[in-house]
Design a binder for this molecule. Structure first.
Ligand SMILES: [Zn+2]
Length: 343
C-alpha cells in the first residue's frame, strides 16, 4: 500500500510525518525510468538515475521545523520525481530535517539543530535528545550518499541547506558561505544562487557547527546555508516569491548543466563577518528594535548590545546586523555583524 501510494501521489513527506513507522527500516525500489529510490528513514530519500551524470546533490530543509517554504519546495520536487513528472539526471538526496518540530510548528523541540553538526551532537551531554540523534543521522546520510557516489565515479558535490529567517531582511534572500580554510570563494556558486534569487552573501570567517559547514569541510561540497525569506506557517507562503529558487533547483536536478547568468558584481552584495557576539550573561540585551531587519546598518560606535560589564559597538563603516536573537541560551551566538566586501 505505502509503495503504491508513494508512486501515485509522491507523498513522502506526509507519510514520513504521519506514519514514520512505514520507514522504520530502509526501503528500495525503482521508478519507471529506471531511477533507484532509496528511503533510508523517515524524511530521508535519495534518487539515483540509471545513468547518473556527475553531480551528487544534497538538498536539506526543515532543519528548523517552522521554516516551511523550503520544506514545501523540496516536498514538491520529491513528489515530482516519485510520480514521474520529471526525471533526475544526477544523484540527489533530500533531507527533511526536524520532523517533530514541523508537527508543533516550532524552530526546534529542545535544541537548535543547526548548532549540532560536525560531531557537536555527541559532545557535552551527548546524544541526549531527538535533535542530537537526528543531526547525527543526517550527517551519516550525507556521508553515505557521497561515499556511494565516489564508488560509482561521481565527480561533483553540492549541498544547499534551505532555511527562512525568523525576521525580515533588507536583503530578502541571502546565503551564508561556510568557512573555506583559505580555499577560494567560487563565483560560479554565487552565480548559481543568484539564479535562485539570492543576491546577498555572507563569507564566514571560521569553522561552525552548521550543516552546510559539515558538508563543505568534510566532503569538499559546494555548500551553503540559504535563507529564502521570512518564516510563515505551512500553506501560508506566497509561493510566487519562491518561483526562481524552485525552477533553478529543478534545473539543477533535471538538467546536465544549469544555464547561469554572467557574474555581475554590481548585482551582488557580499559581506564578511566582523563580529560574532555571544550572550555570556543573564542580562544580555540588544540595543535596537526587536523587528529590525537583517542587514540594517548602524553608525560607528553605536552600542549594538550590552551585558554586565561590556558594550558591543559598531567598529567599521557600514557594519550591519544579522541573525540577532537575545533569547539564545547563555554561551550561544546572539548577534553577527557584517561589513561589505568583494570577492
Ligand atoms: Zn533556519
Amino acid at each position: 500500500m505505502p509503495l503504491q501510494q508513494l508512486r501515485q501521489h509522491g507523498q513522502f513527506l506526509a507519510l514520513s510525518r504521519q506514519q514514520p513507522n512505514l520507514f522504520a527500516s530502509p526501503i528500495e525500489f525503482s521508478l519507471d525510468d529506471g531511477t533507484q529510490v532509496y528511503i533510508r528513514s523517515p524524511g530521508i530519500i535519495s534518487f539515483t538515475p540509471s545513468k547518473p551524470e556527475g553531480k551528487d546533490i544534497v538538498l536539506s530543509s526543515g532543519v528548523h521545523g517552522n521554516e516551511t517554504a523550503p520544506i514545501e519546495i523540496c516536498d514538491e520536487l520529491v513528489q515530482g520525481l516519485l510520480t514521474g513528472q520529471f526525471s533526475a539526471r544526477h544523484r540527489v538526496l533530500f533531507l527533511f530535517g526536524n520532523l517533530p518540530a514541523m508537527d508543533i510548528g516550532e524552530r526546534f523541540v529542545e535544541e537548535n539543530m543547526n548548532r549540532l553538526f560536525s560531531g557537536a551532537h555527541s559532545k557535552g551531554p551527548g546524544l541526549v535528545n531527538a535533535e542530537r540523534v537526528r543531526a547525527k543521522e543526517l550527517e551519516d546520510a550525507v556521508a553515505d550518499f557521497y561515499q556511494q557516489g565516489e564508488w560509482i565515479g561521481q565527480n561533483y558535490r553540492c549541498h544547499y541547506d534551505l532555511h527562512t529567517a525568523i525576521r525580515g531582511s533588507k536583503n530578502e534572500k541571502f546565503a551564508v558561505y561556510p568557512y573555506r580554510h583559505g580555499q577560494p570563494w567560487k563565483k560560479s556558486q554565487l552565480q548559481f544562487l543568484f539564479a535562485c534569487g539570492v543576491n546577498t552573501f555572507l563569507l564566514s570567517n571560521g569553522p561552525t557547527t552548521t550543516f552546510s559547514y559539515y558538508s563543505s569541510n568534510e566532503f569538499g561540497a559546494d555548500a551553503f546555508t540559504v535563507e529564502l525569506g521570512k518564516v510563515a506557517a505551512f500553506g501560508e507562503n506566497d509561493m510566487s516569491r519562491f518561483a526562481q529558487v524552485r525552477e533553478t533547483l529543478l534545473a539543477l536536478i533535471s538538467q546536465d548543466e544549469v544555464a547561469l547568468p554572467g557574474y555581475d558584481p554590481n548585482a551582488l552584495h557580499v559581506f564578511r563577518i566582523n563580529q560574532v557576539i555571544n550572550r555570556t550573561k543573564e542580562d544580555f540585551r540588544l540595543n535596537f528594535a526587536d523587528d529590525a531587519p537583517n542587514f540594517t546598518d548602524f553608525p560607528l560606535d553605536y552600542v549594538l548590545a550590552e551585558e554586565e560589564g561590556v558594550q558591543y559597538k559598531v567598529q567599521e563603516q557600514g557594519e550591519a546586523i544579522v541573525f540577532p536573537n537575545a533569547k539564545v541560551a547563555i554561551g550561544q551566538r546572539a548577534l553577527l555583524t557584517v561589513v561589505p566586501t568583494s570577492l
